[in-house]
Design a protein around this ligand. Structure first.
Ligand SMILES: N[C@@H](CCC(=O)N[C@@H](CS)C(=O)NCC(=O)O)C(=O)O
Length: 185
């Protein structure tokens, strides 16, 4: 398995999950600043020229959410029931399509932050992980976005103490510390 990423890129999200599930991989570091992601060799893997992307044997896949779900499926980490599987998808889509744009696109932030972080805070008051007692791929998707907030933005998370505890809980995981956590150092 090859994982293509940049020095500070969303490839860390996929790398975190690969470390969590103990799958061996080769990290291919592209010089994004230098435009390596727009060279024909990488466009043959992802015609959009974005990272992360993986190559697993002959199979190529890009978009971090799709890669996370593929890995969870391939390595037996997805639940069995339709409803539980759909719930995992719900959170992965939420992370990438709603939470990320809501917090990291400046024009959206003021409107979205309280309404997104308040229900998340309520969830983490009740349970340690996004779907309940067990860590899942949904925590990688949602948790990485939340963990990037204190690393990248001057956004006060003190009104959301359960979200802060959740970020701390994730950041204590060795696989997180080795990947996403490196950014905060
Ligand atoms: N929704 C995509 C976003 C991919 C993305 O925007 N990646 C950035 C790095 S974090 C990138 O490749 N930027 C280089 C460029 O746009 O030229 C995902 O989650 O995989």
């Amino acid at each position: 398995m090859k994982l293509y990423g940049g020095a500070r890129s969303r490839a860390s999200i996929v790398q975190w999950y690969l470390e969590e599930i103990g799958v061996p991989y080769e990290f291919v570091l592209l010089d994004i600043q230098g435009g390596a992601n727009l060279e024909p060799e990488f466009l043959a893997i992802n015609p959009m020229g974005k990272v992360p992307a993986i190559v697993d044997g002959d199979f190529k896949l890009w978009e971090s959410g799709a890669i996370l779900i593929y890995l969870a499926e391939k390595y037996g980490k997805m639940p069995v029931s339709l409803e539980e599987r759909a719930t995992i998808l719900q959170w992965v889509f939420f992370a990438n399509a709603t939470l990320g744009p809501g917090i990291f696109i400046e024009a959206n932030r003021e409107r979205e932050q309280r309404r997104l972080l308040t229900p998340l805070n309520d969830i983490f008051k009740r349970q340690p992980f996004i779907i309940g007692e067990q860590f899942s791929v949904a925590d990688v998707a949602v948790g990485s976005i939340l963990a990037y907030i204190p690393m990248m933005l001057k956004l006060d998370l003190s009104p959301y103490p359960a979200v802060m505890d959740y970020i701390k809980r994730l950041s204590e995981r060795p696989a997180f510390a080795k990947t996403i956590g490196v950014r905060s150092k």
